[in-house]
Design a protein. Structure first.
Length: 415
């Protein structure tokens, strides 16, 4: 029997999420509410579908050949006109910025809202979820639900807010929403500067976009002390506005003789990084293991076998990989960003290196690969620290209370 239209808690409040169905961040945040008494569903953007074993009702909008999988928790929308499908497919091919999902997407969301009556609609990410939803709300009764926005910690606000056209879009959605959530204090400040009413800042404060990490579940994966390992995991071996790969490859050359023996695992690698790696000296090239994007569970296993997790960046909010590396007992090497330095200390929790400075990255790698005592002490310190700032059960309680409190205030404005 198909379970899509069966609410787990028939008398409970309803939250409709809008976001990337293929994202583990989406799954992880929504899973916070498994036992909360809330009924949750996801209206997926047309970029992907969730895994079959994820038991959350999902409206699938991705244009696909054939069916979208066997999950009884999916409902796939099929527009009557094939031309509509072809139009959406062509728009998607032009890139994330341009797809509109057409009038049928807006119409279907309207139907979902009018038939399911969510108390809260929560868009995950400014671009594209919140920007897209903002265009649709002009045809939706705004009094029937509260709108929450979560901003990702990377360039959504930190970089794009300086572009006039992006500033206008961001300001518009921030003024329209009822509540705003960020993973760092700096993004709250930026949002207020762009027009967010300070009263709309979420009472939950700064929380990881994944809803935190299960520290015990991650730490148990570690079988040997990090100081006995000679593996560096570089989880973001790609080029994007938030981070650059070439300085890291240059750093390997600068410190190569100081970090031997070593194994380097590069994940999420892109063709550009592969090209530059192919032009590295043979001794470096032959030591590197290159992988495409790997499932989160596999990434955590890699972290638990690593001595170092290397993640320098230009802007990053508070990266979830930082929390995961800390829980897994590997030493994080991160950039001294304003969003990170208040949380962790040099040598006690992490080592710092700016992304565009190969010598800083090289020196941090050499330090970490040659100081066993620092590595093991940092692992002990990080197990304590990550429980303080990102323990999933603690955040689950805070987030559940936040949603309930928000609905209570809506019913009783004087509270």
């Amino acid at each position: 029997m198909n379970k899509f239209h069966q609410d787990q808690f028939p008398d409970g409040p309803r939250i409709l999420f809008v976001g990337l169905a293929e994202s583990t961040h989406t799954h992880s945040w929504i899973d916070l509410l498994k036992t909360s008494g809330f009924n949750v569903r996801l209206f997926a953007l047309p970029t992907g579908i969730p895994p079959n074993n994820w038991k959350v009702q999902t409206y699938v909008t991705k244009v696909m050949v054939g069916d979208c999988g066997s999950s009884e928790y999916r409902y796939r929308f099929r527009p009557d006109l094939g031309r509509a499908l072809n139009k959406v497919q062509s728009l998607m091919m032009r890139g994330m910025e341009e797809y509109k999902m057409g009038p049928w997407g807006r119409k279907w969301l309207n139907q979902v809202i009018h038939k399911w009556h969510p108390d809260i609609i929560h868009t995950l990410g400014l671009d594209p979820a919140s920007f897209l939803f903002y265009k649709w709300i002009k045809t939706i009764d705004r009094k029937s639900f509260l709108w929450i926005i979560t901003a990702r910690g990377g360039p959504e606000l930190a970089l794009k807010r300086k572009l006039p056209e992006e500033q206008a879009r961001i300001s518009a959605v921030l003024r329209e929403c009822d509540c705003f959530i960020a993973d760092n204090d700096l993004n709250y400040r930026y949002a207020i500067e762009l027009g967010l009413d300070p009263k709309k800042c979420a009472s939950v404060g700064s929380v990881p976009g994944t809803g935190g990490v299960d520290v015990d579940a991650i730490n148990i994966l570690r079988k040997e002390k990090a100081s006995t390992q000679r593996t560096i995991v570089w989880p973001k071996a790609y080029e994007c506005p938030a981070s650059k790969a070439l300085p890291v490859l240059e750093a390997f050359k600068l410190c190569w003789q100081r970090i031997q023996p070593v194994k380097i695992i590069m994940t999420a690698i892109i063709p550009e990084t592969r090209m530059w790696l192919a032009n590295q000296p043979p001794e470096i090239r032959n030591t590197c293991v290159t992988l495409d994007r790997v499932p989160r569970e596999e990434m955590l296993k890699l972290f638990a076998t690593a001595r170092i997790v290397l993640m320098p960046s230009l802007t990053d909010g508070v990266p979830n990989t930082l929390y995961e590396a800390m829980g897994a007992g590997a030493l994080p090497i991160v950039s001294p960003l304003e969003t990170i330095t208040p949380l962790v200390e040099k040598a006690r929790n992490v080592l710092y290196a700016r992304n565009l400075y190969p010598q800083e990255i090289a020196d941090a790698l050499a330090y970490a690969m040659n100081d066993d005592q620092m590595i093991d002490e940092a692992a002990e310190n990080n197990l304590v620290r990550v429980r303080e700032i990102a323990e999933r059960e603690m955040i689950r309680v805070k987030v559940t209370r936040f949603y309930h409190k928000l609905l209570q205030r809506r019913s009783y404005p004087s509270l």
